[in-house]
Design a protein around this ligand. Structure first.
Ligand code: ADP
Length: 701
């Protein structure tokens, strides 16, 4: 049989353009990886085209008579498919695109795809098949390569999935660890969504075991996803109300970031709660159990209360003691002051001076003890009266020089001429500061000098420098010497006597005057204490009462009532005021004072506070009310008392008094106070309506 392609090829040469018939494509057919064939009725090759040689490398002549399906196997290696094809062949039916694999040479396989159709003679006799077969080996190889790429991708994806699983396990492990740690924590932890605690829709995102334990809750009582409001409702229903605070106020404080102490009486526990905002939104609420700390605090508070009570009792005791001592001291000092105003021989003057100095020292000692109790009780009572500063400095020099010289030291006083000679302040207290500092300087100096320098600073303040060439203060003690009962205790200072109160009082006084005290010191070299105080100069009209330059004012146009039960003190005041020419009446009792004021319009009443029957405070109230009833201008009332506490002063002012003098009253202070009250408009306006409220008057017969 001749090659099927040959007639086609020769036909193609005669094709006229544009011929779109099959023959036009024939030249391309040779390039297709395929061959034509025919079989006999027994399905042995009867013809094979040259394509077999070209595309499979097999000789067509050698194929003639060879069974068509010999040496072939099913591409899918699946028998049933091949069996089915054999059945189609034996049924002599047409088939298309059957794929199979053929061993074309030992070890060399080709993948083929074949289609065939039956051939019949004109009388219908079956002649065999005619077909064509494509060699798909190259295409299949390409596809296999592509398949391996897909496999690679699939393998990579599998590896990634494994990696993902591994990571997931790691994350889960970390999560387990975190949960374990959070649950082991004794702190209660609650994490919620939203940014506002008060938001009713806020939900719990996380809660740890610590939280459940703190509040005695079960798993089902608090859980992620729960509304915070429902949890609060549960706690409230159970009776776990927070003590004291209103819930809204508590929430506001928490949202401000405060650590808030919550006491829950029903659980007998106290918690510190704190809220922090999460950067990703939401809140972290931490609860710490501070029950024991809180209980200890409460115990401490109780102890402190008891101590405060005891202190109060001590202060009261000291106040009454000081009153008892101050009253006779008033007599002694007042009388010596008066005695010094009389004509005395030099020897007598010296004796009187000695009595006076002793009395003043004794008063100072009482003052020191009282000061200490006042400092402890937080009371401080400072006068603002004009006095001679230069005089005070010279007094100090007179007093301290002999003390220094007795130890072989020199004492120097430095005075800045730009300072005013008189200032307003509390002379006794300033004197106390100077005595303490200069006294210490002398006490702690063995050789060299002690100096006191008063000067005006650039800032217009009064600066007092007390320096010495003494033992100095070691750096380790410098911060504590101003504390009560603190003394430098390094063995070699034990020889010095003292209570450790002086500097504490001094600092308290300096600060009470609106100033500061500082020290610079070097052990074995010396110390320098610096007190810085506000400087209040006296204007010209103000009297500057001092013993030596005391001018007795003419008070003959005024009427004063003295209410004082102690006869010595009555005499002292009477004598002190004698030179002023003032009209003075005396009563020994509160009720009598009221009656006297009702009868006569006094300009001023000097009122002792503790009198029998009716106290000075009660008498003052009655006088103020009767003035209102009579429509009379209120007179000045000045307290005269041995009680030197600030609280007493406040009580006097509240009762309607204008001034306050403590015993022992000094001539200069009394004169200054009376002048101030009588000549100037009272500093404290007395509002009678305010003082004597209607119901108080109604209650009185
Ligand atoms: P005391 O009554 O003990 O003197 P103070 O309060 O006045 O109490 O002083 C406290 C302590 O400070 C003193 O005991 C002393 O150790 C130290 N001190 C005070 N002033 C001086 C000074 N000028 N030189 C050295 N040490 C001083």
């Amino acid at each position: 049989m001749k090659d099927l392609l040959d007639p086609l090829r020769s036909d193609a040469g005669h094709l006229s353009e544009p011929d779109r018939g099959l023959s036009a494509w024939l030249p391309l057919v040779e390039d297709l990886p395929m061959y034509f064939w025919e079989s006999d009725p027994d399905h042995r090759f009867s013809f094979v085209s040259q394509g077999l040689e070209r595309h499979l490398g097999l000789n067509p002549a050698e194929r003639i008579g060879v069974p068509m399906m010999g040496g072939t196997r099913d591409l899918s290696f699946a028998g049933p498919r091949f069996q089915k094809h054999l059945a189609v062949l034996s049924a002599r039916e047409r088939y298309a695109n059957f794929c199979f694999e053929k061993e074309v040479a030992p070890g060399q396989h080709a993948v083929l795809m074949t289609s065939g159709m039956p051939r019949h003679a004109s009388d219908g006799t079956y002649l065999g098949l005619r077909g064509l077969t494509f060699n798909l080996t190259r295409a299949v190889n390409h596809a296999e390569r592509d398949a391996s790429l897909v496999d690679q991708i699939r393998a990579r994806a599998d590896a990634l999935e494994l990696e993902l699983l591994r990571r997931n396990e790691e994350v889960e492990e970390a999560n387990r660890l975190l949960t374990e740690v959070l649950d082991e924590m004794s702190e209660g932890l609650l994490v919620t969504d939203g940014d506002n605690l008060l938001d009713p829709d806020k939900r719990i995102l996380m809660v740890n075991e610590g939280y459940r334990k703190l509040f005695g809750l079960e798993q089902g009582d608090v859980f992620p996803g729960q509304r915070l409001e429902d949890l609060i409702a549960l706690l409230t229903e159970r009776g776990d109300a927070v003590d004291g605070d209103d819930l809204n106020d508590l929430e506001h404080r928490l949202m401000k970031g405060d650590a808030v102490l919550m006491r829950i009486p029903s659980l007998e526990r106290s918690y510190f709660a704190r809220v922090t905002r999460r950067s990703a939104g939401g809140l972290i609420i931490m609860h710490n159990d501070v029950t024991e700390l809180d209980q200890r605090n409460a115990e401490l508070e109780r102890a402190r209360d008891a101590e405060r009570h005891a202190n109060h009792a001590k202060s009261n005791f000291l106040a009454s003691m000081s009153h008892e001592i101050r009253t006779p001291m008033n007599g002694i000092i007042g009388m010596t002051d008066l005695l010094m105003q009389t004509a005395l021989s030099p020897e007598q003057a010296e004796f009187v001076e000695t009595i006076r100095n002793s009395a003043v020292s004794l008063t100072d000692l009482i003052s020191d003890i009282l000061d200490f109790s006042k400092i402890e009780a937080g009371h401080m009572n400072l006068e603002r009266v004009p006095f001679g500063l230069h005089e005070l400095a010279q007094d100090m020099s007179r007093m301290m020089t002999p003390m220094a010289e007795a130890k072989g030291l020199t004492f120097e006083l430095g005075w800045d001429e730009t300072l005013p000679s008189a200032i307003i302040g509390d002379k006794l207290r300033l004197r106390q500061i100077l005595t303490n500092l200069v006294g210490n300087a002398i006490k702690f100096t063995e050789a060299g000098k002690v100096s006191l320098l008063l000067r005006k600073t650039g800032a217009g303040r009064l600066e007092i420098l007390v320096s010495d060439t003494g033992i100095g203060i070691p750096a380790s003690s410098i911060d504590t010497i101003f504390e009560v009962f603190r003394q430098v205790d390094n063995g070699w200072q034990r020889e010095f006597e003292g209570t450790g109160l002086g500097l504490a009082i001094t600092r308290q006084l300096a600060e009470g005057m609106g100033g500061t005290i500082n020290v610079s010191s070097k052990a074995s070299t010396g110390s320098c204490f610096t007190v810085d105080l506000p400087l209040l100069a006296v204007n010209r009209e103000q009297p500057t009462p001092d013993r030596s330059d005391l001018e007795i004012p003419d008070l003959s146009e005024f009427k004063i009532l003295l209410a004082e039960d102690n006869q010595t003190n009555q005499l002292v005041v009477r004598k002190m005021l004698g030179a002023t020419g003032v009209y003075l009446d005396t009563v020994a009792e509160g009720q009598a004072a009221c009656e006297a004021v009702a009868k006569m319009a006094y300009d001023l009443v000097l009122m002792d506070l503790s009198m029998p029957e009716m106290t000075g405070l009660e008498a003052t109230e009655i006088i103020r009310c009767s003035e209102l009833d009579m429509g009379r201008k209120p007179c000045a009332i000045v307290a005269l008392t041995g009680n030197a506490f600030e609280a007493d002063r406040s009580k006097c002012i509240a009762a309607g008094m204008n001034g306050f003098l403590t015993k022992p009253v000094r001539l200069a202070t009394l004169i200054a106070c009376l002048s101030e009250q009588l000549f100037s408009d009272p500093e404290i306006e007395i509002d009678l309506e305010d003082l004597c409220c209607a119901d108080r008057r109604a209650a009185r017969p």
